[in-house]
Every structure is written in structure tokens, then in C-alpha cells.
Ligand binder design. Structure first.
Ligand code: ATP
Ligand code: MG
Length: 139
């Protein structure tokens, strides 16, 4: 059965360009409920830990530098079929391949600086939610 939560991060590029508001508006209008949210900044170590699955990839160093380059907004979002529906809302990893009307099509500049993160499975949504939030920070 599909789970009902996903973890998102509004990445440093989108925060710098003042896209927090428009992105949260799209998230709300797509029917996601905010369970937890914080404005924070990842250290290089924490960014490396979050994306450890990509450790062997050529872009890992670049990804860690970018994700620790400025503040982000992290949030747990709730909706039926959350993981899949959120990935539809954000669009393809490479914004030039993202569908019209998706968050990445509208707000991302490149495959490296692509505005938002979305969990890729229910299992990772749970792990990533625990990475950013304690039980007391969820409502
Ligand atoms: P995310 O996990 O951030 O939601 P994703 O699931 O669409 O993105 P992944 O394959 O998990 O894509 O890659 C994680 C992140 O690594 C991408 O969002 C992007 O920022 C970066 N990345 C992926 N592929 C490349 C690439 N070829 N060159 C540079 N950066 C990349
Ligand atoms: Mg991913």
C-alpha cells in the first residue's frame, strides 16, 4: 500500500531566488498537508549523509557542496500516495526534461541546482523524515 508521507527540501538555489513562497503555494494547492517544517542549513557532513546513496557518483562532491551552500526549507508532507504524487508535482531531475507546470520546470535552473528534493520511496520518506525531524516537531 502506498504511504502517506514524503520529505521535501526547498534547495539553496530556490531559497536564494526567493522561491520559497511560490513553491509552498504549489505544494498547498496540490493538496499536501504540512506535518513538519523548518528553515535550516545542512553542514557538509549532514548533506553528505543525506545523499550518501550517491557517494560513488561523479557529481557527489558537487551535490554536497551545493546542498550545504545556503539555507534550505525541509518539510514532511502528507497526502494519499504522497511519494509518487509529489514526484509528479516536482517533475524530472533535469528541469529541461520536466513537464510543463512542474516545480522544477518553473523554478529550477539545471540538473545540479534543481530547486527541490522529493523522497523516492516510502521507505526513504520515513528515513529522511527522521533525518530532519524529531517526533515532537510533527503535528
Ligand atoms: P532528489 O533526490 O534531490 O529529489 P532526484 O531524486 O530527482 O533528486 P537523484 O538521482 O536522487 O535525483 O539525484 C539527487 C540529486 O543529485 C539531484 O536532485 C541533483 O541535484 C543531483 N544530480 C543528479 N544527477 C546529476 C548530474 N548528472 N549532474 C549533477 N547533479 C546531479
Ligand atoms: Mg533522489
Amino acid at each position: 500500500m502506498a504511504g502517506n508521507i514524503t520529505l521535501t527540501m526547498i534547495k539553496p538555489d530556490a531559497v536564494k531566488k526567493n522561491y520559497i513562497g511560490p513553491i509552498l503555494k504549489m505544494i498547498n494547492e496540490a493538496g499536501f498537508r504540512i506535518v513538519a517544517m523548518k528553515y535550516t542549513k545542512l553542514s557538509k557532513e549532514k548533506a553528505g549523509e543525506f545523499y550518501a546513496v550517491h557517494k560513488e557518483r561523479s557529481f557527489y562532491g558537487e551535490l554536497v557542496d551545493f546542498m550545504s551552500s545556503g539555507p534550505i526549507v525541509a518539510a514532511i508532507l502528507e497526502k494519499e500516495n504522497a511519494v509518487e504524487d509529489f514526484r509528479k508535482l516536482i517533475g524530472a531531475t533535469d528541469p529541461s526534461k520536466a513537464d510543463e507546470g512542474t516545480i522544477r520546470k518553473l523554478y529550477a535552473a539545471s540538473i545540479g541546482e534543481n530547486a527541490v528534493h522529493g523522497s523516492d520511496s516510502d521507505e526513504n520518506a520515513a528515513i529522511e523524515g527522521d533525518f530532519h525531524f524529531s517526533k515532537l516537531e510533527r503535528f
